[in-house]
Design a protein around this ligand. Structure first.
Ligand code: UDP
Length: 324
C-alpha cells in the first residue's frame, strides 16, 4: 500500500484524485488550508486510509513530517480561479511561489517523487493553437494582475525542472487545461459550474465578452487518470505535459448547450469583460491543448464527452441544492 500526499487535497481536483487513489487500495493524506478547498469535498472519504490535515503548504514544519511520511506527492495546492487571482494578486503570488518552494525543497530532501500541477494559463495569450509544451509563453504586462497567475506558475515549473536537472528529483509537471465535473464551485469564476447553476435556477446565463472565445473541457476523472499515469512513468520525469482534451467550443455555444441539456428557459446575456473582471482585462481567444505528448507517454485518451459532462454537473447540482 502506498501512502500518497495530496496538497490541495480538499479542492475540486484533489478530492477526485484522492477518491481514485483510495479506490486503488492506497492511503491518502490530504493537506489543505480550506481557502478554496472545503471539508464538504472530502467528508465522504473519511476512513482508515484517508486523513485531512488542515494546514498551509508554506508551513514548512508540518510539511516536512508529511512529505517524509509519504511515498509520493501530488502538489495541487494553489490559488486558482481567474476571479480570485484578479481580486487578490498578493495571495496568488505568495501561495503559488512559496508553497511550491516548500514542497519541492522537501521532496528533494527526502527523495520523494512529486507531480506538480501547473496550468494552461502559462501559455498566456499565445494565438498559436493548439498549445504544445515547447511553445513560447506570451504574457501581458505586469500592470495586469491576471498575468501574475501565469508568471507564478511558470516559476513553479522552472523550479521543478531545475531540481530534476540539478539533483535528479523525480518530478513531473502537469499543465491542466479547463477541468470540470461535480464538486467544482463556480465561486471563483469557473464557467461551466456557473452556467449550469444559472440554467437550473432560471437565472440569466452570463457570457463574458462576445462569447466567441473558445475552450475545451476535460472531465475531472480523465484528468485524474492522466495524473496517476504520469506519476508511474519514468519517461515523464523532468518533463512538462498538457493535461486536457475534448472538443473546442465557444463560450456562447457552451451557454446554448448548457441551456439545452438542462431544458432551461434562462436567457443568455453578454457581460463586458471590464464589468465581469476588471478594467483592461484580457481574455484568451482560443485555448486548446495539443495532448500528443501525454498520449505518447501514457496512452491517455479523454473518455467523457461534453454533453455527458454537463449532465453529470447538472445532476450534482440537483442532488446538492444550494451548492455554489
Ligand atoms: N466566462 C463566462 N461567464 C462566466 C464565467 C466565465 O463567459 O460566468 C468565460 C471566461 O471569460 C472565459 C471562459 O468563460 O472566456 C472560461 O473561463 P474560466 O474562468 O472557467 O476559465 P479560463 O478563463 O481559465 O479558461
Amino acid at each position: 500500500m502506498q501512502r500518497v500526499l495530496i496538497t490541495g487535497g480538499a479542492g475540486f481536483i484533489g478530492s477526485h484524485l484522492a477518491e481514485a487513489i483510495l479506490a486503488a487500495g492506497d492511503a491518502v493524506v490530504a493537506v489543505d488550508d480550506l481557502s478554496t478547498g472545503s471539508y464538504r469535498n472530502v467528508s465522504h472519504l473519511s476512513g482508515e486510509r484517508f486523513e485531512l490535515v488542515v494546514a498551509s503548504v508554506d508551513d514548512a514544519l508540518t510539511m516536512e513530517g508529511l512529505v517524509r511520511a509519504a511515498d509520493l506527492v501530488y502538489h495541487l495546492a494553489a490559488a486558482v480561479g481567474v476571479k480570485l487571482i484578479v481580486a487578490d494578486p498578493v495571495r496568488t503570488i505568495e501561495t503559488n511561489i512559496r508553497g511550491t518552494e516548500v514542497v519541492l525543497r522537501l521532496a528533494n530532501k527526502w527523495r520523494r517523487p512529486v507531480v506538480v500541477a501547473s496550468t494552461s494559463e502559462v501559455y498566456g495569450k499565445s494565438e498559436r493553437v493548439p498549445y504544445a509544451e515547447e511553445h513560447d509563453m506570451v504574457l501581458g504586462p505586469t500592470s495586469h494582475s491576471r498575468w501574475a497567475y501565469a508568471a507564478s506558475k511558470a516559476i513553479d515549473e522552472f523550479l521543478a525542472v531545475a531540481y530534476y536537472r540539478r539533483d535528479g528529483l523525480p518530478v513531473v509537471i502537469a499543465r491542466l487545461f479547463n477541468t470540470v465535473g461535480p464538486r467544482q464551485t463556480g465561486r471563483y469564476g469557473m464557467v461551466l459550474p456557473t452556467f449550469v447553476r444559472q440554467a437550473l435556477a432560471g437565472e440569466p446565463i452570463t457570457v463574458y465578452g462576445d462569447g466567441h472565445q473558445s475552450r475545451s473541457f476535460t472531465y475531472v476523472s480523465d484528468a485524474v487518470a492522466a495524473l496517476l499515469e504520469l506519476a508511474r512513468r519514468e519517461a515523464a520525469f523532468g518533463e512538462v505535459f498538457n493535461v486536457g482534451g475534448g472538443r473546442e467550443i465557444t463560450i456562447m455555444e457552451l451557454a446554448r448547450l448548457v441551456r439545452e441539456r438542462t431544458a432551461s428557459a434562462s436567457e443568455i446575456v453578454t457581460v463586458p469583460y471590464d464589468e465581469a473582471y476588471a478594467p483592461g482585462f484580457e481574455d484568451m481567444v482560443r485555448r486548446v491543448p495539443d495532448i500528443s505528448k501525454l498520449q505518447r507517454v501514457t496512452g491517455y485518451a479523454p473518455s467523457v464527452g461534453l454533453e455527458e459532462i454537463i449532465d453529470r454537473v447538472a445532476e450534482h447540482y440537483r442532488q446538492h441544492p444550494g451548492f455554489v
